[in-house]
Design a protein around this ligand. Sequence first.
Ligand code: HEC
Length: 254
Amino acid sequence: MKKTILSLMALGLIIGFAPSSFAAGDAPHAPHQHWHFDGITGQFDKAAMQRGLKVYREVCSACHSLKRVAYRNLVDLGYTEDQVKNIAVEYTVTDGPNEDGEMFDRPARPSDKFVSPYPNDKAAKALNNGALPPDLSLITKARHNGPNYLYAILTGYGEPEHGVELMEGQHWNKYMPGHVIAMAAPLSDGIVAYEDGTPETVSQYSKDVTNFLVWAADPYLETRKRTGIAVLIFLIVFSGVMYGVKKKIWKDIH
Ligand code: HEC
């Protein structure tokens, strides 16, 4: 009897402690934020996406490419074709070879994809202490709980927990698996100017750039949701009609 009680206590200890010791080296789950695009009727917040594009262009694009997005896709954010042209020409694309077999530089056109900050991954690593800044085109899909995770990473920097030693080029981040990230905190209050009076804070920048990157990874989100609702309405109406038909056909047979 005593043995059974002891082993039950031991089991209790194991069960009680196992999850917490498992979680020690792991990052907490990124908390849920309120997103305009969430839910069955969710839609993109264009003003937030335009601000997010600004944050990407002025901060993130120094290190991260956005290879799957073309400048002309930015009309989705509410820009006119002329505005998109003006954004594109601010970038330089290496094109060619020309008639003489030489590569040449030209201003980007709306049909070009976002110009990458580095010529190749090796150059990107060499300039970032050996860590590769991932392409951000699909990042909100590539990570579990993508939008909340992205927001959490961007706002999750802090002093290392007691006993954590960081090497050169490493930074402590509450939400990064293992709490160590090679990207220094990219945002600080006031670094990107907003013209529409929106607060220029790390939290707001992080929200806006997340809105922008969710669109980049899933530009058809709104269409998909709209089609889903239309299909649901159709199915409900169709079921009603079929029920009526069934009643009519079988009305004499009882
Ligand atoms: C100075 C260069 C630099 C800038 C600027 C920068 N990053 Fe990074 N970023 C990196 C590097 C390097 C890594 C790889 C980190 C690692 O593997 O530990 C990274 C990793 C990431 C990751 C992946 C984290 C993961 O789960 O692996 C995300 C997401 C990210 N950056 C988003 C952003 C966003 C959004 C911005 C702009 C607000 C930004 N970064 C600005 C260098 C940068």
